[in-house]
Ligand binder design. Structure first.
Ligand code: AMP
Ligand code: GLY
Length: 427
């Protein structure tokens, strides 16, 4: 069958690399893609939020399966859009409906969903302009640190962990009264701070059944030792050594199963990935920090390479609501991905530097995925903050990250920066 991946980052290159290996894949398209996805299929110059452009491409290229990578088109209703149009109704779209995508698109929606279905999460209250002064009182009495979250999508910047009441009150005012995060932040969730270790857990749902993918941990801070500014993600590892059978069982029973059942009960049509951002408190008490309606980036770069199954076969089972017939098989080895970023990122950075070393085959047990790259004439140049994601395998996380660092030494662009300690707590 002909397949379309929507998106342009490391996640989409990883999906393209995996899908291209399937004998079920005929032609593969990526919109808009990057220089890496162009090695796996044909890039289409269509933006992820250009629904009409995407629909025309789906029809003219006889596409039967679409995988939506990023959250924005999902929250804007791309899946409903394809279902609504007669000529694309038959297409198997991997990505939840607009209503169901509110699990990521609205933190207030996600919190009330969890409250309603008794899914463990931090205690919270929501505020808007209408009950602003109650919010001020609430924050004044709140234990520290206190967490403020913009309700809507805010490009990963809408969460503030405030160490003082003065800071929290100032931010609260900026968000509600001065639209710091635009419309997305005019509703604010104020919640308690959870202490623990964060883990990313991924399920794929067909609306009735689900399968679990390997868990992962991502590293968001720019600097070694988790220091410095937050980024889109500097690396990830999988599996997580402390993620044992007992913890897995507890997460399934208290979080994943009630989420899948809750979606059904609330008639939220969910065919696609669910990303559970969890905080594990005291080593064995899982709480949901957030839901995402898609795969994570850079978690995908370790999760998907560990999956042994044919991914197209899994997606076809989603379309037929037959995921119960799929047995997930996982590579036992550990995987680590290290992201090479542009100098200055996550602040200002330059684009357009030539990347060298990509012309050679990756070293054994490693893969090079592109995040922000562009092909210009015969050269591949940097085109974003996150530029490359190098994934490596090893017997354990130490070995995997050592192989990854060695692979990174074979690659170069000006001002290239990366963390050398991905997976540090587990080595
Ligand atoms: P999000 O944008 O929802 O992914 O949140 C960004 C990050 O903020 C998370 O990955 C956590 O590290 C942190 N965070 C969010 N909510 C809480 C909370 N209630 N307690 C502690 N940390 C949190
Ligand atoms: N790695 C976190 C995210 O994709 O949102």
């Amino acid at each position: 069958m002909n397949i379309l991946i929507v998106g342009a980052g490391g996640r989409e290159h990883t999906l393209a690399w995996k899908i291209k290996q399937s004998p079920l894949c005929n032609e593969l398209f990526i919109a808009p893609g990057n220089a890496g996805t162009a090695l796996c299929g044909s890039n289409l110059q269509i933006e992820t939020t250009d629904f009409e452009g995407l629909r025309k491409a789906v029809v003219s290229n006889k596409i039967e399966l679409i995988i939506i990578g990023p959250e924005e088109p999902l929250v804007n209703g791309i899946t409903d859009y394809f279902n609504l149009h007669a000529e694309t109704r038959h297409v198997n779209v991997i990505g939840p409906s607009k209503n169901a995508s509110q699990l990521e698109g609205s933190k207030a929606f996600a919190k009330s969903f969890m409250e309603h279905h008794k899914i463990p999460t931090a205690k919270y209250t929501g505020f808007t302009m209408e009950n602003y002064s109650e919010g001020v009182d609430y924050i004044r009495k709140h234990a520290l640190p206190v967490v403020l979250k913009a309700d809507g999508l805010a490009a990963g910047k809408g969460v503030l962990i405030c160490q003082s009441h003065i800071e929290a009150l100032a931010e609260f005012e900026l968000m509600i009264m001065r639209s710091k995060f635009g419309e997305a932040g005019k509703k604010v969730i104020v919640e308690e701070f959870l202490q623990g270790i964060e883990v990313s857990v991924f399920a794929l749902s067909d609306g009735d059944n689900y399968v679990l993918l390997p868990e992962a941990k991502d590293y968001k801070r720019i600097g070694d030792g988790d220091k410095g500014l937050n980024t889109g993600g500097m690396g990830a590892v999988s599996p997580i050594p402390f993620f044992d059978a007992a913890l897995r069982e507890k997460i399934n029973r208290t979080i994943i199963e009630p989420t899948i059942a809750g979606l059904k009960m609330d008639e939220l049509d969910y065919k696609g990935f669910i990303f559970f951002g969890l905080m594990i408190a005291n080593g064995n008490e899982p709480f949901v920090i957030e839901y995402n309606c898609r795969l994570g980036d850079p978690e995908t770069e370790v999760v998907i390479p560990r999956l042994k199954n044919d991914l197209v076969e899994i997606f076809s089972a989603v379309g037929q609501r037959k995921l119960n017939e799929i047995n997930i098989e996982i590579d036992e080895r550990a995987a680590a991905t290290i992201v090479a970023v542009s100098g200055g990122y996550p602040g200002e950075f330059k684009k357009g530097y030539v990347i060298s070393g990509l012309e050679n085959e990756p070293i054994e047990d490693s893969l090079v995925f592109h995040s922000g790259t562009l092909k210009e004439e015969e050269k591949i140049i940097t085109n974003g903050g996150r530029v490359l994601a190098v994934t490596a395998f090893g017997a354990d996380i130490r070995e995997a990250s050592e192989v990854g660092l060695y692979m990174l030494e074979q690659l170069y662009f000006e001002d290239m920066n990366f963390r050398s300690d991905i997976g540090y707590e587990f080595v």
